[in-house]
Design a protein around this ligand. Structure first.
Ligand SMILES: NC(=O)c1ccc[n+]([C@@H]2O[C@H](COP(=O)([O-])OP(=O)(O)OC[C@H]3O[C@@H](n4cnc5c(N)ncnc54)[C@H](OP(=O)(O)O)[C@@H]3O)[C@@H](O)[C@H]2O)c1
Length: 324
């Protein structure tokens, strides 16, 4: 009986410790553990990683992080000049030679081009170890005012673009009998956030598709990692959709805002990649607690969301709320 009390005591203590850790953390518990017992991002050394959306924000920071870890990179986005500058910066920082980088301009919406781009990357590096589907656009608009064209374009870029590119790379991974697919989802891919409906739809859909891929591709030794960052400093507000498909938000994030740096987000993503993690949440509190509550106490979370969502919506529409 004493043993039973001892075990229960230990379990309660462990739980309290985890809760305390979580309150001060900027990522989920499993990833916190990986910091101590998992592989470091440097274990990715030598891998060929294809990063989309590498011309700014999270993708650019991730490319720098992976380059510093010794990866060889395929850098993709539409703005080729930005990709060339990034390549030059990596080389100047001493992260490999110019031959370790392939600048491969890509438009996610040009689905027909994706197979050809895979062939180009494969011809250059002879293998692809990892595809990071990071490119995407965000949104600020309420549903009642949003043109259906925005919903269509959002899903076309964020969801179908990533699916199309992944399907083009998949035969390579199956042939190699190895590979990793990473996708940058969002906190908004887990929680319905007012003012971001089309964006949420595009990110929730990614979870469905990539969760299926994870199970279907286990037999080919292919891993799928879905990363869900909270608010991060980037150019996302400048290019975000509004209710009008012809008008971007055009807002610059301000230094004082409560957001993770792109470099920190990239470090945590690289850690998740090194440890083949299935899904990771990259955000501090209170957003981290929202994620846990939404996952484990959904009824309470939905009640609170309805009660406090209006205030949040007002902030978001004023451009000072969270963007995911
Ligand atoms: N910032 C946040 O708070 C946050 C939070 C959670 C998740 N995310 C996600 O993180 C990812 C990166 O966003 P970010 O925050 O780093 O924003 P960002 O600085 O605006 O970067 C977006 C990247 O996507 C590329 N892109 C956009 N449309 C494209 C297209 N049609 N074809 C190819 N590339 C395209 C852009 O490059 P080009 O314009 O040169 O093509 C750019 O490199 C996105 O998936 C976003 O949803 C962001």
């Amino acid at each position: 009986m004493d043993w039973l009390y001892f075990l229960v005591g230990c379990a309660v203590l462990f739980l309290l410790l985890q809760i305390c850790t979580l309150l001060r953390s900027d990522c989920d518990l499993a990833l916190i553990w990986m910091k101590y017992i998992g592989k470091s991002p440097e274990s990715l050394k030598g891998q060929v990683v294809w990063v989309t959306g590498a011309s700014s924000g999270i993708g650019e920071a991730l490319a720098l992080k992976l380059a510093s870890a010794g990866c060889r990179l395929v850098l993709s986005a539409r703005r080729e000049d930005r990709l060339q500058t990034l390549k030059q910066r990596c080389v100047e920082l001493g992260y490999g030679t110019p031959n370790d980088y392939l600048v491969l301009p890509l438009d996610l919406l040009d689905y027909d081009s994706h197979k050809g781009l895979v062939e180009t990357a494969l011809k250059y590096f002879k293998k692809i170890d990892c595809l990071v589907n990071n490119a995407g656009r965000s949104q600020r608009a309420v549903i009642s005012k949003t043109s259906f064209a925005v919903d269509q374009q959002m899903l076309a870029v964020n969801t179908l673009g990533s699916i199309s590119l992944t399907k083009a790379v998949l035969p390579v991974f199956i042939r190699q009998n190895s590979g990793q697919v990473v996708v940058t989802s969002s906190l908004a891919g887990k929680i319905g956030s007012p003012g971001l409906a089309s964006y949420c739809a595009s990110k929730y859909a990614l979870h469905g598709w990539f969760d299926c891929l994870r199970v279907e591709s286990v037999m080919y030794n292919i891993h799928v990692t879905v990363a869900c960052p909270g608010p991060v400093f980037s150019e996302a507000l400048i290019h975000a959709f509004t209710e009008d498909p012809n008008k971007n938000l055009g807002l610059k994030m301000q230094p004082g805002e409560k957001r993770m740096t792109a470099a920190r987000c990239a470090h945590l993503m690289a850690l998740a990649m090194a440890n083949n993690m299935d899904e990771v949440w990259l955000t501090a509190n209170p957003e981290l607690s929202y994620l846990y509550m939404n996952q484990y106490l959904p009824s309470i979370f939905h009640w609170l969301a309805k009660r406090f969502g209006q205030k949040r919506l007002k902030k978001i529409l004023e451009g000072i709320g969270d963007l995911h």
